[in-house]
Write a protein that binds this ligand. Structure first.
Ligand SMILES: Cc1cc2nc3c(=O)[nH]c(=O)nc-3n(C[C@H](O)[C@H](O)[C@H](O)COP(=O)(O)O)c2cc1C
Length: 273
């Protein structure tokens, strides 16, 4: 199947498709219509920009799902201040309602996450998500098992200090590790992957997409650390040794929400050149 086709009746020969192509794959025939030489097709990273940016929607791609794309003008958009306030009001949530996130809401969140940028559009991030609170609780137990082992092996290690606190909290029936979140989402990439930051970007999209639909999130730093060290936990989660754990988010409906905004921050550190 031909990768790139152009509707010559619509095309205005503006050349914008060639300008936005990240890999300079588009050239022009004698009549000035854009084309991708078959010898160049395998270099396409499938970003879709030649079609998405075309001002007259003249271009089509073999992998483009026409029924899934729409005109930007058909999308409702927040105002500038609404969009900025949306970003600035995301806060870490550490108390969750006893309520699961439905399949539909998860689908909506992950559809948004799937729009995150990835290096060369590789889309190498794999997700492991606990659907049920029972599975999340099992993860907490496995983290606690690992922390007990760390404590027994070297009571002076920095992790042992954390282990003491978390095991104490557990005795008080409090989940200090995942904060009682009903779900967690873990992002992994292949261990030898050049751009592990793709995972962190996707996790950031995840917490923002969650914020958009009223779901609370918090980065699971302890969880990430535990997965990186505990073979038993990796086994339970189905994470292979040839995979790198980029990070994790705890997810659930917030029990409490901040009444005032914004969070105090130090002055941002920028060296303007
Ligand atoms: C990589 C990373 C790991 C984190 N790990 C944890 C964690 O294990 N537990 C926790 O309660 N918060 C964790 N946080 C949340 C930070 O404490 C929080 O982002 C920071 O205090 C700022 O607060 P805000 O997110 O509400 O703006 C983590 C954040 C990041 C970015």
């Amino acid at each position: 199947m031909v990768l790139f086709t152009v509707n010559e009746e619509k095309c205005v020969k503006c050349g914008l498709c060639a300008k936005v192509c990240p890999s300079w794959l588009i050239s022009f025939n004698e009549e000035g219509f854009p084309l991708v030489l078959s010898s160049k097709e395998s270099s396409c990273i499938e970003c879709g920009h030649c079609a998405l940016f075309c001002p007259v929607s003249a271009n089509s791609l073999s992998f483009l799902k026409e029924n899934e794309i729409c005109k930007k003008s058909e999308l409702p958009f927040p105002s500038e201040s609404e969009a900025i306030n949306f970003l600035k009001t995301r806060r870490s949530i550490r108390r969750f309602k006893n309520e699961v996130i439905s399949k539909e809401i998860f689908a909506q969140i992950f559809e948004t996450v799937n729009q995150a940028p990835t290096a060369s559009n590789k889309q190498a991030v794999r997700w492991i998500v606990s659907k049920e609170p029972l599975e999340t609780k099992k993860i907490v137990r496995l983290i606690l098992t690992w922390l007990s082992e760390v404590l027994a092996k070297d009571p002076q290690s920095p992790v042992a200090l954390l282990a003491t606190v978390m095991l104490e909290k557990d005795k008080e029936q409090e989940d200090g590790l995942l904060r009682g979140a009903p779900h967690v989402a873990i992002a992994v990439v292949p261990a030898n992957y050049k751009w592990p930051e793709d995972g962190a970007i996707a996790l950031t999209y995840l917490e923002l997409a969650a914020h958009a639909v009223g779901v609370g999130a918090c980065w699971g730093g302890f969880l990430t650390m535990a997965i990186r060290h505990s073979e038993e936990l990796r086994k339970y989660l189905g994470i292979n040794d040839d995979e790198h754990v980029c990070g994790a988010q705890m997810l659930g409906y917030p029990q409490f929400k901040p009444v005032r905004q914004f969070a105090p921050r130090r002055n941002i550190n920028i060296n303007w050149l």
